[in-house]
Design a protein around this ligand. Structure first.
Ligand code: GDP
Ligand code: MG
Ligand code: K
Length: 300
């Protein structure tokens, strides 16, 4: 994997339903992502897809939890999403130029006020309105929040999408590609599998373990059996023995439940039976050295 002079990072896409998030991703990445977006909502911080070219790599994350919570679970989801928003390099807030700003948008603005990540306002569907309506529309949002960039686009006809990608690269740090060039768009599964396992742990332990725990896929292959079982061996890295203890639980009960729930989600994702071999290890101080990579399940 060439790491020289390339940039890489994470971008969260947020916005109300139907503003054109999927259309935009397809415009950026081609049809490859469609597989992802059609999957049932199995994870709260899904990866949508990965853009790779000579400039580097952008990993797009979806954070569906960013809307007004109606339940404690919703509360939890906002929290998880906020953590993601805090950790990514750029947040793209996509809005539909034909939709007036509403309470949902104000809620998103309030959430974004609390994170330090640069926010781009991406004004979509500009093919639908007269250009003179654009500025007053943008001003409503500017009153609520400060944006690093405001980028009007049409995801449908591709207008200005290239500029958006350029502006994203401007904000990314130098860093290694998280996936091999050829592998990622075709095999984003490993990454999602990591996130599914991580999510189950955070959820089941009620956040007694930090969000920074890392899940690494050691091995993932389809077996030659009649059902095409996928064998997954994954290691959960924690910083302290106490965290390891919590994740394993009394007589391994917690780990068993995490494994079962994660396996069910992975089966749904892959459409085949899964054998999940899950391990927990303590690795002191990995956060400092390897935080950026391990955090999102990257493995050299
Ligand atoms: P999502 O729910 O945010 O993922 O939104 P979708 O990508 O599914 O788009 C919702 C609808 O808006 C679809 O019918 C799209 O074809 C349409 N759409 C998305 N982007 C544009 C655009 O730039 N212009 C127009 N006219 N329609 C768009
Ligand atoms: Mg969508
Ligand atoms: K980051």
């Amino acid at each position: 994997m060439g790491n020289e002079n390339v940039k890489s990072g994470f971008v969260a896409l947020i916005g109300r339903p139907n503003v054109g998030k999927s259309t935009l991703l397809n415009a950026i990445l081609g049809q490859k992502v469609a597989i992802m977006s059609n999957k049932p909502q199995t994870t709260r911080n899904r990866i949508h897809g990965v853009h790779t070219d000579e400039r580097g790599q952008i990993v797009f994350l979806d954070t569906p939890g960013i809307h007004k919570p109606k339940s404690r679970l919703g509360d939890y989801m906002v929290k998880v999403s906020m953590n993601t928003l805090q950790e990514v390099d750029v947040v793209c807030w996509i809005v539909d130029v034909e939709e007036e700003m509403g309470p949902g948008d104000r809620f998103i603005a309030d959430v974004l006020k609390k994170v330090e990540t640069p926010v781009f306002l991406v004004v979509n569907k500009i093919d639908r309105v007269h250009p003179e309506r654009l500025l007053p529309f943008i001003d409503q949002f500017r009153k609520e929040l400060e944006f690093q960039e405001v980028i009007p686009i049409s995801a449908l006809n591709g207008n200005n999408v290239r500029t958006l990608v350029e502006q994203i690269y401007e904000r990314l740090p130098e860093g290694p590609k998280y996936y091999p060039d050829d592998q990622l768009t075709d095999h984003p599964e490993q990454f999602i599998v990591c996130e599914l396992i991580r999510e189950k742990i955070l959820h089941k332990t009620h956040e007694e373990v930090p969000h920074s725990i890392a899940v690494v896929i050691e091995d993932m292959e389809q077996r030659d059996d009649a059902k095409g079982t996928v064998y997954v061996r994954a290691t959960v890295y924690t910083e302290r023995p106490s965290q390891k203890g919590i994740i394993i639980g009394k007589q391994g009960k917690m780990l068993k439940e995490v494994g079962r729930e994660a396996r069910q989600d992975i089966e749904r994702l892959l459409g085949s039976p899964v054998y999940l071999d899950l391990w927990v290890k303590v690795k002191k101080d990995w956060r400092n050295e390897e935080h950026a990579l391990r955090r999102f399940g990257y493995r050299e």
